[in-house]
Design a protein around this ligand. Sequence first.
Ligand code: ZN
Length: 285
Amino acid sequence: MRIATVHDRLALLTPAGALDVATASNGEFGPDPQTAFDDWVTFREWATTAHGDAVAFTPEDLGPPVPRPRQVFAIGLNYTRHAHESGLPVPTQPLVFTKFPSAITGPAGEIVLSGPTVDWEVELVAVIGTEARNVTEADGWSHVAGLTAGQDLSDRTLQNAGAPPQFSMGKSYPGFAPIGPYLVTPDELADPDDLRVVTTVDGAVRQDSRTSDLVFSIPQLVSWLSGVVTLLPGDLIFTGTPEGVGLGRTPQLYLHPGEVLETTIEGIGTMRHTLLPPTTKGPRI
Ligand code: ZN
């Protein structure tokens, strides 16, 4: 199953286009995409029998498939080769920070850069379907509604300011958490633990890796996080980025106004954003 936010409404994707969920369900489910996670099991059951008039849509019609998660977790240094390029040891337990939910935006459009050191980080994003607390790794996937693509856009100057540095602020400017284009249930993917993840800038490949290089897999992250906090339906886990970020290059390379950033995950789709120049000076650091 694939769901999307089309013209701000929850839609089920069919070969013919987008099926509006509120209309097709005669109101059993509302138009707000976030409410799909209120009772994910029932929604998913209904979706297997849904029918109605699907309509065509364009990428610009799409919003974030999960517009208002209550919690957004992000994992640092979660690919072996990315840890190596960062000159840091491979973690022995997940390194967790947050991207504040107001940073979320859709899979197409414009993103305002915060300054001259904004970096790209393609990430597979897991969406929680049912509440998880103290779950085992074996049960991890059963709490995941689906997967989507994300960019963990990162202002490296702000991220690394201070001692010790605090990651969350530099990764939470408006638009710094684009997700989409769709939420895809794991059964749609040949191997949800081995997906190609790619970032391009103006068509040039900056990251091209596979999620099989993850240090902590999605079920391991669900298990570990749920041992501390309660994971809530509709929460997001940005699972970390592979090698190829601008910070790890010599010389370092960052995003520039006017460039087009494309984010692709195999079996899920591509997001496309045009980058705009900073509009504010940002914090004093
Ligand atoms: Zn990241």
